[in-house]
Design a protein around this ligand. Structure first.
Ligand SMILES: Cc1cc2nc3c(=O)[nH]c(=O)nc-3n(C[C@H](O)[C@H](O)[C@H](O)COP(=O)(O)OP(=O)(O)OC[C@H]3O[C@@H](n4cnc5c(N)ncnc54)[C@H](O)[C@@H]3O)c2cc1C
Length: 740
C-alpha cells in the first residue's frame, strides 16, 4: 500500500499478469525504484504457471501449488492492482482503456497478455472448449469427469491440435479422468480421446527421438491420433473432418495455434501477420518505443520464437531492467534468446520427456527434475520476503517534495482540480441550485418543503492503492447511513486528501477518484455538489451526504420490538481481511469477494425493508456488528439472542481470524461493549467486533415476515442476507445480548 510520501513522477503500466510481469513485480518489490508508480492491470488475479499447466490438469498439483497470487505480489511490489481487462489503447494520449472503469494513463506501457488457442473458422466453433483461459478449462474439466460417469455409453473427447500442448493435454486429461474411476477401471473403453492434427504427424516441431517417446505414451494410453486431418464442422456432439468422416464428440477441446486478442488490431501498434506485437531486441514495439511486449503476445523482429512460457520467463529480467533504465534515462539492454531451448513434456503418469536439439531422454527422473525446476521457479513468486511497508528506498527529497505548504497552501491547485473535473460527467439534479459548475464558494440546495433533510459525514484512509475502486467503496459506505435511515440520497460534498506527487500524477489520481465517487453517487440517484481537495501524506476520501425523507417514515435504531427477527444483509469480515492484506497474508480471491460485497449498494434493500414493515435499522460499519446491535437494543429497550453459527462471513474471514489476524479497531470495539453480554468461546465470536467498511444493514422485522423478506433481499442486491437472531423483552435478563 502506498503510505509514504516519496513523490511519484512516472507511471509504468503493466497489462497482463504473465510470466515476465511477475518477475517485474518481484524485482520492483525487492529493489524499489523511487519516483515510479507501477500499475498492474490483470484479468486474472490467481495465475497459473505454464510449466505446471499439465500437472494442474492431471491434478498432480493442487490449485494453490500451481498458481501465483497476483494481489500479494502486487502488494509486495507496491504496485497498484486493477483487476480488470484492458480493452483498447490510445497511443496518442497514452491511455489504456479498461473494462467498466476509467482509462489509465501511462508513461511506459508493457504488454504480457499471453495468447489463446486459435478458434478455427469453421461452422459450430462455439461448441468447442479452448484450453485457455486455464481456470475456465479446469472448471469445465470437473464437469467432464461427472459427464463421463453419468453417460450410459462411451464418452468421446476430441482434441483439435496435435502439438506439444495437445499431446500433453491428452495424456494429462486421460490420467485425471481414469484416476480413481471405478467405471473406467472396469470398462476402459467407456472413454475415448482422439487428437486431430492437420500435419502428417503429431508433435511436428519435435525431434524424432522425443516424438517417438511421446507417441509411445499416446499408444499405451490408447489415445487415437488422426493426422493429415482437419475439422470442417463442429457440432454439440460430433465433429466432421475434411475427409468426410464424422466423429462422436461429447467434448471438443481446442489446443490450436496461439492467437492474439482481436482488440490489438485497432490499437495502431505494429503487428505481425498473425496479429502479434512486433518488438525489437530491447522488447519494445517497433512502432511505439514507449510500449514493451513480452511472452506469447510478442513477435521478435530478429528471432522466430515458439509460443512457450520459457521465453516469457527469460524475458522477465530484461524487461524489468529496461523499464528501470529507460526511466533513469539510460539505454535499454538487448534480450538474446538461447539458441536451443530445453523442452520438458509431461506424460501424465509422473513421467516426462526432455528434448533439446536432436536429443531426448525420458523417465520418472525427468519428471522429478522438471518438478524441481517448476517448484523452484514458482516459489520465487509465492514465497515473498516480509514486507516493510516502504513505498521506496530513497531518502532523496525531490523538488516536488521541497517546501510543501500546510494550511490553505496544502490545497490542490485549481488547474489540477479543473483538469479532473472536466473529465467527469456534469452533475445536475433537481433541488441543486448551484453545484461544482458554479464559481461560488458553496453549493446551494433547495430541499422540498415536505421532506426532512438528512445529513451524514464519513471519511477514511485508503485500504487499496486503486483510487477508483477506493472512491466507489468509500462513497457506498458514506451512502449507507442515508439509506439506513430510509432516506433518498440527493447530493454530496467530497473531502479528498491526495499524496504529494507530480501534477500529472495528482490530476490522474483525482480523476480516478472522482470517477469512482460520481459513478456510485449516480447509481444511488445523487450528485457531487462540491468538496475540498488537499495534499497530505496518504490517500483519504470522505463524503458529506445529503438525503431527503418523509419525517414520519424514518427508519431509526430505536424501533426494535419483542419477537422481531434480526436480519443482516452482508457478510462480516472486511476488517480482518484487510488487516491480513496489509501484511500480504490474505488470498487474492478472498479480497476480491470482499470488494464485490463492499461495492454492493444497500439502497435497493430499503423498499423491501419498508414493504415487510422493518421496525428499526442501522448499517454495520466501524463499531462492528456488536457495537451497532447494542446501540439498537439500548435505544429500543429490548434484548437479543444471536446465533453465532448463522452469521454470514466473507470468504477467508474465519480462517484469518483463527490465525490471529484482527483489525486495530477490533479490541476497542470489544472493550466498549463487554458489559452487555457474557463472552463465549466460539470460532466466529471475534468477528462480531470486526469493523466493517461498506457493511450491510442490520434490521428487525416481524417474525412472520422474515422468510419472505429474506427471499426478496436475495433477489435484490443482498444475496447473503441472513437471519442472525431474534429480539425479546428485556425484563428477565441482565445481558443485552445472549449467544445461542
Ligand atoms: C496445454 C498447454 C500446456 C502448456 N505447457 C507448457 C509448458 O509446460 N511449458 C511452457 O513453457 N509453456 C507451456 N505452454 C505454453 C504457455 O502456457 C504459454 O506460452 C505461456 O503461458 C505464455 O506466457 P505469457 O507470459 O506470454 O502469458 P500468460 O501466462 O498467458 O499470461 C497472460 C496473462 O494476461 C492476462 N490477460 C490477457 N488479456 C488481458 C487483458 N486484455 N487485460 C488484462 N489482462 C489480460 C491473462 O488473463 C493472463 O493471466 C502450454 C500451453 C498449453 C495450452
Amino acid at each position: 500500500m502506498l503510505t509514504e510520501s516519496e513523490p511519484i513522477k512516472k507511471n509504468i503500466v503493466l497489462v497482463g499478469g504473465g510470466h515476465s510481469h511477475v518477475h517485474v513485480l518481484k524485482r520492483y518489490g525487492m529493489h524499489p525504484q523511487p519516483g515510479i508508480r507501477l500499475t498492474l492491470i490483470s484479468k486474472d488475479i490467481l495465475i497459473p504457471y505454464s510449466g505446471m499447466v499439465p500437472g494442474l490438469i492431471s491434478q498432480t498439483y493442487k490449485y494453490s501449488e500451481g498458481h501465483i497470487d497476483l494481489r500479494r505480489l502486487a502488494s509486495f511490489a507496491n504496485a497498484r492492482l486493477i483487476h480488470s481487462s484492458a480493452t483498447q489503447l490510445d497511443l496518442l494520449q497514452k491511455l489504456v482503456h479498461v473494462a467498466e472503469r476509467p482509462p489509465v494513463k501511462y508513461d511506459l506501457l508493457s504488454l504480457d497478455i499471453g495468447s489463446t488457442p486459435a478458434v478455427p473458422s469453421v461452422s459450430g466453433a462455439e461448441h468447442a472448449l479452448p484450453v485457455k483461459p486455464l481456470d475456465k478449462f479446469l472448471t469445465e474439466q470437473e464437469k467432464i469427469r461427472e459427464e463421463v460417469i453419468n453417460k450410459k455409453n462411451t464418452y468421446n473427447i476430441v482434441i483439435i491440435g496435435g502439438g506439444a500442448g495437445g499431446v500433453e493435454l491428452s495424456l494429462s486429461l486421460d490420467q485425471q479422468l481414469r484416476r480413481n474411476n471405478a467405471l473406467l477401471q472396469k470398462n476402459p473403453n467407456h472413454l475415448t480421446i482422439t487428437i486431430i492434427e492437420s500435419k502428417s504427424t503429431l508433435l511436428p516441431d519435435f525431434n524424432s527421438a522425443a516424438r517417438k517417446k511421446l507417441l509411445k505414451n499416446i499408444t499405451k494410453r490408447k489415445i487415437i491420433s488422426l493426422t493429415k486431418s482437419r475439422v470442417d464442422i463442429i457440432n454439440s456432439n460430433s465433429v466432421k473432418l475434411n475427409t468426410g468422416e464424422v466423429l462422436a464428440a461429447d467434448k471438443t477441446i481446442l489446443v490450436t495455434n496461439a492467437q492474439p486478442p482481436n482488440w490489438l488490431l485497432n490499437t495502431g501498434l505494429a503487428l505481425d501477420n498473425n496479429g502479434f506485437v512486433r518488438i525489437d531486441d530491447f522488447l519494445r514495439s517497433i512502432s511505439h518505443p514507449e510500449v514493451y511486449a513480452t511472452g506469447d503476445i510478442a513477435s521478435m523482429e530478429n528471432y522466430d520464437l515458439p509460443k512457450s512460457g520459457v521465453y516469457a520467463v527469460r524475458q522477465g529480467p530484461v524487461l524489468a531492467e529496461n523499464l528501470r533504465r529507460v526511466f533513469i534515462g539510460k539505454n535499454p539492454k538487448p534480450y538474446r534468446p538461447q539458441k536451443q531451448s530445453l523442452a520438458l513434456i509431461t506424460t501424465g503418469d509422473n513421467g516426462a520427456v526432455a528434448a533439446r536439439g536432436s536429443l531426448a531422454v525420458s523417465g520418472k527422473w525427468v519428471w522429478r527434475w522438471k518438478d524441481k525446476i517448476d517448484r523452484r521457479w514458482i516459489s520465487n513468486y509465492q514465497t515473498l520476503p516480509e514486507m516493510t511497508g516502504h513505498k521506496n528506498a530513497s531518502n532523496d527529497i525531490s523538488d516536488i517534495e521541497k517546501m510543501r505548504c500546510g494550511g490553505c497552501g496544502a490545497k490542490v491547485p485549481a488547474s489540477i482540480l479543473n483538469r479532473a473535473l472536466e473529465r467527469i460527467p456534469i452533475q445536475k439534479k433537481e433541488g441543486l441550485a448551484q453545484g461544482i459548475d458554479a464559481p461560488d464558494d458553496a453549493a446551494v440546495i433547495i430541499p422540498p418543503s415536505d421532506k426532512a433533510l438528512i445529513q451524514t459525514v464519513d471519511q477514511f484512509r485508503s485500504f487499496t492503492d486503486d483510487p477508483y475502486l477506493f472512491a466507489k467503496i468509500a462513497a457506498n459506505h458514506c451512502l449507507g447511513d442515508i439509506f439506513a435511515m430510509g432516506a433518498e440520497p440527493h447530493s454530496a460534498l467530497a473531502a479528498i486528501i491526495l499524496p504529494h506527487d507530480s501534477e500529472e500524477i495528482i490530476a490522474e489520481d483525482l480523476y480516478q477518484l472522482l470517477s469512482g465517487a460520481t459513478e456510485t453517487l449516480t447509481e444511488a440517484g445523487a450528485v457531487l455538489a462540491g468538496g475540498h481537495t488537499g495534499e497530505g501524506a496518504e490517500l483519504a476520501f470522505g463524503l458529506t451526504v445529503n438525503g431527503y425523507a418523509d419525517p414520519k417514515k424514518l427508519l431509526r435504531k430505536s424501533g426494535l420490538k419483542p419477537d422481531d427477527t434480526l436480519i443482516l444483509t452482508k457478510p462480516l469480515g472486511t476488517g480482518v481481511l484487510f488487516a491480513a492484506d496489509m501484511q500480504a497474508k490474505a488470498r487474492a480471491d478472498w479480497i476480491d469477494s470482499a470488494f464485490t460485497s463492499m461495492l454492493r449498494s444497500v439502497g435497493p434493500c430499503i423498499p423491501i425493508l419498508q414493504k415487510y414493515c422493518a421496525s428499526a435499522c442501522t448499517d454495520v460499519t466501524g463499531f462492528g456488528l456488536m457495537g451497532h446491535l447494542i446501540e439498537m437494543l439500548s435505544a429500543s429497550n429490548v434484548i437479543a439472542s444471536i446465533n453465532l453459527k448463522s452469521l454470514p462471513l466473507l470468504s477467508g474471514a474465519q480462517e484469518l481470524s483463527l490465525l490471529g489476524f484482527e483489525s486495530s479497531l477490533k479490541q476497542p470495539n470489544e472493550n466498549s461493549t463487554k458489559n452487555n453480554y457474557q463472552a463465549i468461546e466460539h470460532s466466529t465470536y471475534p468477528l462480531i467486533f470486526d469493523p466493517q467498511t461498506a457493511g450491510g444493514l442490520l434490521f428487525g422485522v416481524p417474525e412472520q415476515n422474515a422468510e419472505q423478506c429474506i427471499e426478496e433481499l436475495h433477489k435484490s442486491t443482498a444475496p447473503d442476507a441472513t437471519i442472525i437472531g431474534s429480539v425479546s423483552n428485556n425484563s428477565a435478563s441482565t445481558s443485552l445480548v445472549n449467544f445461542i
